[in-house]
Design a protein around this ligand. Structure first.
Ligand code: DOR
Ligand code: ZN
Length: 346
C-alpha cells in the first residue's frame, strides 16, 4: 500500500518519560501535539511511589501543558519493596493511577529503588491481581553474568514464566520489548498480557550503536538487538494482534549526559513520536495496521475509551533539528540532522 496522506484516530503513547521541572515543560508539547494520553513513567528522583506523589506529579504535568492542549497524563506508581497492598487499593480508588511499574533494582535510569527479588512483592502483586491494576515490567535481569544482549530473554524464562504461573490473572505489560522471545511470550499469553514497542526497536538494529563510531544517542535500555529480532518485532507489531501497542519510551537526557564517559540510556523520540512508526509500518507495507497498533490496542487493553478525534500525517520529508531545547540545556533528538518521511499536519 502506498499513501501520501494518512488520517488516524488520535493515538496514545503507552510508555513515556517526561521528567520534571524545566525539562518537563520543554518536552511535553511534542507529546501533547500528537497523542491524547500517555502512560507516564514514575522514575523520577525520588521515585513516584505513592498515590500522593502521583497526584502532585500529575498536577505538575497538567500545569506544564501548553495553552489549549487537550492531553491526559495517565499516572503510574513505582513499585518498591515498601509498596503495600493498601497502596494498591488507594491507587485503584484514585481514578488517575492506571498501573504500577516494576524495575529490577539497578536495571536502568533511576532504578536504584526497584525490586531486588520479585518474591518480596508477592503480597502487592496479589493485590494488583485482585484490583485489576496492570503491572508494567522492565523485563531485564541484572545478573552480571548474563550478557547485556540476553537480559530480556533470560528475564522471560527466569521470571516471567514463573510469574504467569503464580499470578495467572495478573494484567501485565512487557514494556519496550526487543527480542523474538519476548514477542513470542506475549503472543502465546492470554489477552491480559500485552507489550509495548518503541520506534527505535522497530526501525534500528544494534549496528546503529556502532556505525562509523560509537553513537551514544542510539543507546537505550533494553539495548538495540540484532536484525533478526527487529524483524520479529516488526512482524508482531504489524500482525494486527491486539496484544501489541505503541509506547515510545521517549526518554530525554541532556546532550552532555549522553555524550559522556558513562552516557545515560534513553532516546528522545517524542518530536516525531507517531511519524517514526508510520515509517516503520510503511516499510513493512502495513500502513493499514498502524491505527490498531497506535490508537486502539492500548486503549482496549487499559479499559479506556478509544479517542474520537483524528490526526493527519502527510508523506513529506522534513529535517529533524541537530539539537532541541531541554529546558535550558541542549538535547539531541532521534534522527537529528536527518530526515523523517512523514509530517504531522496541524
Ligand atoms: O533507555 C532507557 N531510558 N531505558 C529505561 O528503561 C529508562 C529510560 C530513562 O528513564 O531514561
Ligand atoms: Zn521507559
Amino acid at each position: 500500500m502506498s499513501a501520501t496522506e494518512l488520517t488516524l484516530t488520535r493515538p496514545d503513547d503507552w510508555h513515556l518519560h517526561v521528567r520534571d521541572g524545566a525539562l518537563l515543560a520543554a518536552v511535553l508539547p511534542d507529546t501533547a501535539r500528537r497523542f491524547a494520553r500517555a502512560i507516564i513513567m514514575p522514575n523520577l528522583k525520588p521515585p513516584v511511589a505513592t498515590v500522593a506523589q502521583a497526584r502532585a506529579y500529575r498536577e505538575r504535568i497538567l500545569a506544564a501543558l501548553p495553552e489549549g492542549a487537550d492531553f491526559q497524563p495517565l499516572m503510574t506508581l513505582y513499585l518498591t519493596e515498601a509498596t503495600t497492598p493498601d497502596d494498591i487499593a488507594e491507587a485503584r480508588e484514585s481514578g488517575f493511577v492506571h498501573a504500577v511499574k516494576y524495575y529490577p533494582a539497578g536495571a536502568t535510569t533511576n532504578a536504584a529503588s526497584g525490586v531486588t527479588d520479585l518474591s518480596r512483592v508477592y503480597p502487592v502483586l496479589e493485590a494488583m491481581q485482585r484490583h485489576g491494576l496492570p503491572l508494567l515490567m522492565h523485563g531485564e535481569v541484572t545478573d552480571s553474568a548474563v550478557d547485556m544482549f540476553d537480559r530480556e530473554p533470560v528475564f522471560v524464562e527466569r521470571h516471567l514464566t514463573p510469574l504467569r504461573n503464580d499470578f495467572p490473572d495478573l494484567r501485565m505489560v512487557l514494556e519496550h520489548i526487543t527480542t523474538r522471545e519476548a514477542a513470542q511470550f506475549v503472543q502465546d499469553a492470554p489477552a491480559h498480557v500485552g507489550a509495548t514497542m518503541t520506534p527505535q526497536h522497530l526501525l534500528m538494529n544494534r549496528n546503529a550503536i556502532f556505525v562509523g563510531g560509537l553513537r551514544p544517542h542510539h543507546y537505550c535500555l533494553p539495548v538495540l538487538k540484532r536484525e533478526t529480532h527487529r524483524q520479529a518485532l516488526m512482524a508482531a507489531a504489524t500482525s494486527g494482534d491486539p496484544s501489541f501497542f505503541l509506547g515510545t519510551d521517549s526518554a530525554p537526557h541532556p546532550r552532555h549526559a549522553k555524550e559522556s564517559a558513562c552516557g545515560c540510556a534513553g532516546i528522545y523520540s517524542a518530536h516525531a513520536g507517531i511519524e517514526f512508526y508510520a515509517e516503520a509500518f510503511e516499510a513493512a507495507d502495513a500502513l493499514d495496521r498502524l491505527e490498531g497498533f497506535a490508537s486502539f490496542h492500548g486503549a482496549d487493553f487499559y479499559g479506556l475509551p478509544r479517542n474520537t478525534d483524528t490526526i493527519t500525517l502527510k508523506r513529506e520529508s522534513w529535517t529533524v533539528p541537530e539539537e532541541v531545547d531541554f529546558g535550558g540545556v541542549p538535547g539531541v533528538p532521534l534522527r537529528a540532522g536527518d530526515t523523517v518521511a512523514w509530517r504531522l499536519t496541524d
